[in-house]
Write a protein that binds this ligand. Sequence first.
Ligand code: DON
Length: 304
Amino acid sequence: MNKILDDILEECRQYTQQGEVASYIPELAKADRNELGIYVCTNVGDLYAGDWDRKFTIQSIVKPVFLMLAAIDNGIAYIKEHVGVEATGKPFNAIDYAEPLLLKEHINPMVNIGAIAVCDLIKADNDEHRLHRLLEFTKSITGNPDIEIDMDVYNSEKETGNKNRALAYLLKNSGMIKGSVDSLLDVYFAMCSVKMNCQDLARIGQLLANRGFDVHSKTQVIPKEDAVFLNAVLTTSGMYDGSGEFATTVGIPAKSGVGGGIMANCPHKMGIGIYSPALDTKGNSVAGIKMLEKLSKKWELSIF
Ligand code: DON
């Protein structure tokens, strides 16, 4: 427990009543909008408040996980040959790609189409192996061997994920998916349905804050240049078409998910995990952003 976090949490509780819990994946609509949690991992100890141990699905917070593993497998130069890094300024599931063929410059790894393309770059013998590698990697970056998939959310997204199917077929049409669209999407849906709590998210954030060095296992889990690359992408595009506003009010690398989580980090200082499931129209947690704004002001976290 921590007085500063407790106070921020109570000040922000009112915002849990704003926005809407995601319902386009029906199973996500069961979330309780009153829940609010925060966990902070600093290199000298952890702080937490509220419902930090509630488990929820990470959804788009898997996008940086895909990018990390794909960068480890292939190197950043190869990744940049396949996807762009410019912010799209569009919603996370935008499909308005006017070109007859997709241009990689327009595919950002933090939006759905780019994340599906990056998932295909992760080295594996087949998609079952790809999912296995991703789950093992997720366990290592969270330090949590019990990470598992929420099968109800996975089935719910699989049943309703036709927009993602359309995006994946656009990629396939442009030669950006090598194998089966269906089995690659299964990996995407399953990984979006990985369950975590705020501590798990904060641990990923802490790893990025320390440029890929895990202070718990005392090992370099991600190459330094990959961690720096990822934080740059998170800063410009991690909060979708809300990334510019977020940079001005919070000013740290972060990634949101429609499950209500936010994974953030303040370089060299701390990783932060947030949970509050009611979202703004851009798919970002309303109360979660408010808590980060207050924390950033209080502790002067902005990197700018
Ligand atoms: O593909 C989807 O639509 C979801 N599995 C993830 C989207 C998401 O989390 C957007 N984030 N704020």
